[in-house]
Design a protein around this ligand. Structure first.
Ligand code: PLP
Length: 273
């Protein structure tokens, strides 16, 4: 595999970052995961805009979009595959132990791996921990994902593929790597970003393309919603057929199926919506 590291393409085995990179020592980094199908990155402009928002939130230098686009194109060309997950990472860069980042040059890493098509539906669990809707890094796509790793392990122990967090006031928030939608009386709802969830790119497209409402929802809406689905870059839309002990037979239900169809059609029409 050939990856982009700080200005050039390298074999993954020869790629180097300092062990004192702040991304490693304190988790000071940001990232984007972009779906690449047939050699084309999907929604790259939106991903770059969010990357810049995350950089500013963390006080990292603004990523140079021309440089990142060039790195993305170069990596895609060097690693042909049908369906891939492209990862853009910017880290705080090399800083001596115990010091703050100062004016260290950030690192840029772009890598591409094979992605598998996700099943149409999946099982999820809720977790007893909370997302902080008012934290310093709330809404930023940072590399500090340890909380998600722990929650996802809990989901896997219970035979589920995703864990759903409430926020600190008991509202539905998001999954470890996905946004959550529910269908109530035929209408689609998803928590607003003020719930503490990431402003998912797939979420935004589903809201725009289906007219889904952004609504504060209690966590227990999952016990009564007619349909539930997840969205993310690698899932697009994925129905939920079990949440904790509750089965949702027939998932994906009719409203979810319609949303999937609209999403597929619009996404095929425009690769950079
Ligand atoms: N929420 C979190 C915490 C995520 O990490 C992700 C994506 O990885 C999402 C939501 C979904 O966002 P997107 O649709 O941009 O992939």
């Amino acid at each position: 595999m050939r990856i982009w590291v700080n200005g050039g393409l390298r074999d993954a085995d020869d790629a180097r970052l300092s062990v004192f990179d702040h991304g490693l020592t304190v988790g000071d980094g940001i990232f984007e995961t972009v779906r690449v199908a047939g050699g084309h990155p999907f929604a790259l402009t939106r991903h770059l805009v969010r990357l810049t928002r995350s950089a500013r939130g963390l006080g990292l230098a603004d990523p140079d979009h021309d440089e990142v686009r060039h790195a993305v194109e170069t990596v895609i060309e060097a690693n042909p595959m049908e369906l891939g997950r492209l990862r853009i990472t910017c880290t705080g860069g090399l800083s001596p132990l115990g010091s703050d980042r100062g004016d260290a040059a950030p690192s840029l890493i772009v890598a591409l791996g094979e992605a598998a098509r996700r099943p149409d539906s999946t099982a999820v669990v809720t977790v007893p921990w909370t997302r902080n809707e008012r934290g310093a890094v709330t809404g930023l796509k940072t590399t500090s994902y340890a909380e998600n790793v722990v929650a996802l392990a809990r989901a896997h122990e219970r035979g589920a593929s995703e864990a759903i967090f409430p926020n600190t006031v008991g509202q539905l928030c998001e999954g470890t790597g996905s946004n959550v939608f529910v269908v109530l009386d035929g209408r689609i709802h998803t928590p607003p970003v003020t719930s503490g969830c990431l402003a998912g790119i797939t979420r935004a497209l589903v809201v725009e393309w289906t007219g889904a409402q952004e609504t504060d929802l209690p966590l227990d809406v999952l016990e009564r919603a007619d349909e539930i689905f997840l969205t993310s870059t690698l899932r697009d839309i994925q129905a939920v057929h079990r949440v904790d002990g509750r089965e949702l037979p027939g998932a994906p239900g009719p409203v979810t199926v319609k949303a999937m169809r609209v999403f597929d059609e619009r996404a095929a029409d425009d690769l950079d919506p």
